[in-house]
Design a protein around this ligand. Sequence first.
Ligand SMILES: Cc1cc2nc3c(=O)[nH]c(=O)nc-3n(C[C@H](O)[C@H](O)[C@H](O)COP(=O)(O)OP(=O)(O)OC[C@H]3O[C@@H](n4cnc5c(N)ncnc54)[C@H](O)[C@@H]3O)c2cc1C
Length: 422
Amino acid sequence: MSASEKTLLTVDVAIIGGGMAGACLALLLAKHCPQLEVALLEQRPLPQADAALDLPSFDTRATAISAGSLKVFRDLGLWSMLKEYAAPIRQVHVSDRGHSLGAGLSAERESEAAFEDMLGAVIENAALGPLLYRALATTDTCVLAPARVTGVKMHQGGAELSWRGTEHDAGSTAEQTLNTRLLVVADGVNSPLCQQLGIATDEEAYHQHALVTTVELQRDHRGVAYERFTDNGPMALLPLPRRDGSHRAALVWTCASDEAEAIAGLPEAAFIDRLQKVFGWRAGRILRSGSVQHYPLKLSLAREQVRRGLVLVGNCAHFLHPVAGQGFNLTLRDCETLARTIARHGGSSAQTAPGELDLLQTYWRERQHDQQLTIGFSDRIPPLFAARNLFAAGLRQAGLLGLALAPPLRGAFARQAAGLAV
Ligand SMILES: Cc1cc2nc3c(=O)[nH]c(=O)nc-3n(C[C@H](O)[C@H](O)[C@H](O)COP(=O)(O)OP(=O)(O)OC[C@H]3O[C@@H](n4cnc5c(N)ncnc54)[C@H](O)[C@@H]3O)c2cc1C
């Protein structure tokens, strides 16, 4: 729907930001709380039908989706569509500075954590976006795009938003207002809206960038995700579905920030040459690479995630190191718990206001443990790869990616780390 077609006065839930976090939360609310009126406001325009989405979440990256997240997509009725575009991960192969550490993880051995004999699946964000929006179009969610939220005022009964019908202020339509009982901020990392609301973030720069591209391999990856630890940090090569008969993989390569631009700007042959030297030959010869994007890496955590009438989800709540493949999976678990908590407290019959502080604190208490564990893994565990103890040895075997794909294992490692394992 174009933003100018409809002006809403009041909704139960308004989600600001239609990236992976906002779109998934809207789908989960439609499933668990069907009687709530939900509006999703996205500042960028949505294209017609199957065209690619020009939203940051749905760029050239690919996402490793854990078995747990795949179950959430199955319960949303999306798995049958999604699997056409996804490559299964059957094995995670981990190597440390050139030395293979054995088999890592395999779906066969970790059958309890697996989903349909896979540890997880990889899907290109550009394919995921249109799927999510097609699914949203079958719900009653009111998707407003382009709709740029320019201001937020919290009040006793929720929040009042001001928004305009274009991405940029110049030439935009007149400012409109929307009242909501629960405001969900899902506008990504470095959120101006969080700043406006006085929500501070704790930040830690990694002084690293992630180089991201798609490569073509000479041979079939056979569903193996490779994770390799180098002196500059971890890198991951994730299986992608074949396209026009070619074997493809998604690369996330961590490098020092001051090298990122130079590496990303190398001619294709020189880039492949350098990559092959750093990554090695475990996945065979790399034949081609696509355009290389780079992302600065930092840990960014909002100091508050809930207030009365307000909740933060996705990158604006926690932005993690991407190589561990944890960020979106963690967000999806947050969104599922939020939707279920609202439903449990009468959200589907709209008896209890979805923005009540008790409800949101219940949600936050339920999510705290998983968030702390996951954030700790993606931030503090990499240095342990230099250590020589039992915990580090276990981590090396599974790799960060393996731990992201099979979350039950994280509990075991965390117990080990805390000295609680028997
Ligand atoms: C290189 C890389 C690789 C990754 N790989 C993985 C992986 O393999 N597995 C995994 O689990 N996670 C991964 N992640 C993490 C994952 O990408 C994020 O969790 C995901 O993008 C969450 O996005 P988001 O919706 O919170 O934010 P965004 O994608 O930034 O979306 C925010 C949206 O809000 C909109 N917006 C902003 N301001 C306004 C406003 N004022 N009004 C209206 N709309 C607004 C923006 O246009 C945008 O569409 C990776 C991240 C990176 C950087």
